[in-house]
Design a protein around this ligand. Structure first.
Ligand SMILES: Nc1nc2c(ncn2[C@@H]2O[C@H](COP(=O)(O)OP(=O)(O)OP(=O)(O)O)[C@@H](O)[C@H]2O)c(=O)[nH]1
Ligand SMILES: [Mg+2]
Length: 410
């Protein structure tokens, strides 16, 4: 029996990531033609349609937004729209205007019953749900504010299930949301307290990863960024979905990766070919999904796991690569790794996820300093207090996040 994962998508980025994730795994399972994979039930429920007497699938998923445009477009145009039911889409018309407080207070209040009821309904369709996976961005108002509300609600109502987030953080140089520093710190604060594992990426780093740093190679939309952003989750869940020699569950991964960090961010990278020499490449900044502000651009690692798809690298080459990583950047002996072999023809990828000080760096020198600058000038603070937030909450959240960032370095 494979424990189920329930997906929760919040805001524009969250919903687009979620649909792209399901599109990718539906393709891997050939869901629309010849479904296969012993762990299909992890993400999909089955039902028989009496009109054609065939088995059909539905994503175990609840979708939320404070405006309706994104969900309307997805349900009208996306090629896997048949996997999603309107009953599990919760939306409104006004949006939050990039304001965490409106997402948290106004829409938390407004959607509360609806979300609770729909989540319970999905839970009732599971035999033993073991995790929630939330997709969202930190910088707008819905994915951040309503997402924070949701994490808190899940923690309260379903403490036994792990809460995993796939989170897009603002990029260092190309912030496109003015209030992103406030929204990001308030969201990081909620993640620290209510999430068990966060896979975090930023658009600039993902774009560099795809274009290999070629500034002329412009990305015209979010779809290729999203393919890169969801890849770690696709790969990490693959052994359980498709079968493999060392199936990994999300709760098991949390146990391995975050054995002692109370701020459970991880960083990860997807690399091209699964041989020992390229495994070592995960330490090259262009392969990371999150920007680094380190002087020497290489993070310290506290714990980590590697997952390979397709052809297995030889045991020797893996050992050599791991030794290299361990000897250069490892600050403890907590390195654990699992290599899983399972069928995925044509795919040669290794996803590495590391508990590291990369996120501490991002928090210390990136978002936190922008937050401090804005807060000192009291820029836009009134918009948050008008929406129900106390001004003291800004600094309280900032201090919790900064403390957690510092804890990585101890
Ligand atoms: N990778 C990726 N980033 C996205 C996507 N959509 C939006 N973003 C980024 O997410 C940030 C804004 O967050 P949104 O998700 O649009 O905001 P929201 O959660 O809908 O909140 P509102 O402010 O209420 O609209 C910006 O940095 C965008 O560049 C997406 O599909 N993929
Ligand atoms: Mg939006």
């Amino acid at each position: 029996m494979v424990g189920e994962c329930i997906f929760l998508a919040v805001g524009q980025c969250g919903n687009q990531l979620c649909w792209d994730f399901f599109d990718t795994i539906a393709t891997e399972h050939d869901l629309l033609k010849k479904p296969h994979g012993y762990g299909l039930s992890q993400f999909f429920s089955e039902y028989t349609d009496i009109t054609d007497n065939k088995t059909h699938y539905r994503a175990r998923c609840l979708m939320m937004d404070t405006e309706e445009g994104v969900l309307n477009t997805l349900r009208r145009t996306h090629r896997i729209r048949g996997l999603f039911q309107p009953e599990f889409m919760v939306s409104d018309v006004s949006g939050t205007g990039n304001n965490w407080a409106r997402g948290y207070y106004e829409f938390g209040d407004k959607f509360n019953h609806h979300i609770e009821d729909r989540t319970r309904k999905i839970m009732e369709g599971c035999e033993s749900a073991h995790a929630f996976v939330m997709t969202h961005s930190m910088s707008g108002g819905s994915g951040s504010g309503l997402g924070s509300y949701l994490l808190e609600m899940l923690h309260d109502l379903y403490p036994a299930q792990k809460r995993v987030t796939l989170t897009m953080a603002p990029s260092a140089e190309t912030d496109d949301v003015i209030t992103a520093p406030y929204n990001s710190i308030m969201t990081a604060n909620a993640i620290v307290q209510h999430a068990d594992l966060t896979l975090v990426g930023d658009n600039q780093s993902l774009s560099d990863q795809i274009t290999q740093g070629d500034s002329k190679a412009k990305l015209s939309n979010f779809s290729s960024l999203n393919s890169a952003a969801i890849r770690p989750l696709v790969n990490l869940t693959a052994p359980q979905r498709l079968g493999g020699s060392a199936p990994v569950t999300l709760p098991g991964l949390i146990y391995d990766i975050c054995p002692r960090l109370h701020m459970p961010f991880v960083t990860h990278a997807t690399i091209g070919a699964a041989d020992g020499s390229s495994i070592a490449k995960v330490f090259r900044p262009k392969k990371w999904s999150l920007a680094s502000y380190h002087d020497d651009e290489t993070p310290s690692v506290f714990s980590g796991s590697l997952f390979s798809r397709g052809d297995m690298p030889s045991a020797d080459s893996v050992r050599t690569a791991m030794e290299k990583i361990r000897s250069t950047r490892f600050t403890s002996d907590l390195m654990r790794y699992g290599l899983s072999r399972y069928d995925s023809p044509g795919l040669h990828e290794t996803t590495a996820i590391f508990g590291s000080d990369l996120v501490a760096n991002m928090l210390d020198t990136g978002i936190l300093s922008k937050f401090d600058k804005m807060y000192k000038a009291k820029a836009s603070v009134h918009l948050y207090t008008q929406a129900g937030m106390e001004s003291a909450q800004f600094m309280a959240a900032r201090d919790i996040v900064a403390t957690c960032g510092a804890a990585y370095r101890e």
